[in-house]
Design a protein around this ligand. Sequence first.
Ligand SMILES: Cc1ncc(COP(=O)(O)O)c(C=O)c1O
Length: 398
Amino acid sequence: MTPALRLRDLPPYPFAAWSERVTDAAQQGIDVIRLDMGNPDMPPHDEVIETLCQSARRPSHHGYPGYRGTSALRQAIAEYYGRRFGVTVDPDNEILPLIGSKEGLVNLALAYLDPGDVALVPDPGYAPYARGAILAGARAQTFPLRPELGFLPDLSTICPEVAEEASLMWLNYPNNPTGATADLDFLARAVDFARRSDLLLCHDAPYSDVTYDGYRAPSMLQVDGALEVGIEFNSLSKMANMAGWRIGMAVGKAEAVRALSTVKSNVDSGFFRPLQDAAVTALSSHGEWVAQRNAIYRDRLDLLAEGLRHIGLSASRPRATPYLWAPIPVSSGDRIGSGWTSKSFAQMVLEETGIVVAPGSFFGKAGEGFIRVSATASTTRIAEAVHRLKASKIGMSP
Ligand SMILES: Cc1ncc(COP(=O)(O)O)c(C=O)c1O
């Protein structure tokens, strides 16, 4: 009566164990400010909530909602892709609504990976890319994202035999945790790489509408031929401040959408009809609202970058994502000194200031030496965090 062997290779989800540590700190009376998770603090647009309420009042909206999402939701996703990216997708065959994109990322691994197969995953990267492979009994082979290359992978250094062996490759731009962005040229090279290596290119793009200074993140599906080799994931969690609502989407190669749908129809039974109706509203009415929301993140990120500078960390606002990815200084000339791991540094910041940041190691080996700071707490709390950073002794010469 023991759990399955696959759990032996599955490490605990990094944020789950960390949250317990944060809860302990709060129980000891520390007034914690959580800047570790990308959990939007603001609500969605009013109209979205109104649609949810109205739809929930309809007696017929409480039954099983169907496996592939309502046709209205698939149509709204297709229209969003048309309007936002100039991409035409078939709502019946190339789109699948998800119970949050994380669910889809992991179920896609179950759909495409057999035991012993290989998935190429970025390091640093969002943990479920590798965890999905492990759950499928496959192997996650990392490729590095280096600061000197703008956190884009150097595709030419991925060994051809490994690429040949791999069934899937994960990319994520705008990137969590680094905030890096990829232009269409890079995405076109990635599509070409996927075609030559005969692998499914999975692009995870939940931050494509969290952007600043006029930057517009492209979709991988804008690349000619991407629909033949790729699938893109997106989500209303960050796009529309709806993380708790659990609404995502997979858009891309029909065969991959079908395979994902086959797994899902055996695992879940769709999601609540009022949520789907609200998602239609969120997707169709969010232009100006998104711009105003992003302006709030932008100001918070600037504030946070200033606070981090006070403790000797240099981080500048990225063009997208609500995150600052800050290197922890290690050389002897730096004010903080050496010897920190990202986890011990984050722990020290928590103890000294009550501010919770995410250790870079949560995102893989290459995340060591960094912390990720999220602008998803209220502006008042962020101002308080900056005040505490400025008042702290971290980074002062001894
Ligand atoms: C890169 C990336 N992909 C996917 C997700 C999951 O989003 P969702 O809430 O849609 O499951 C996140 C959440 O933080 C993320 O950072």
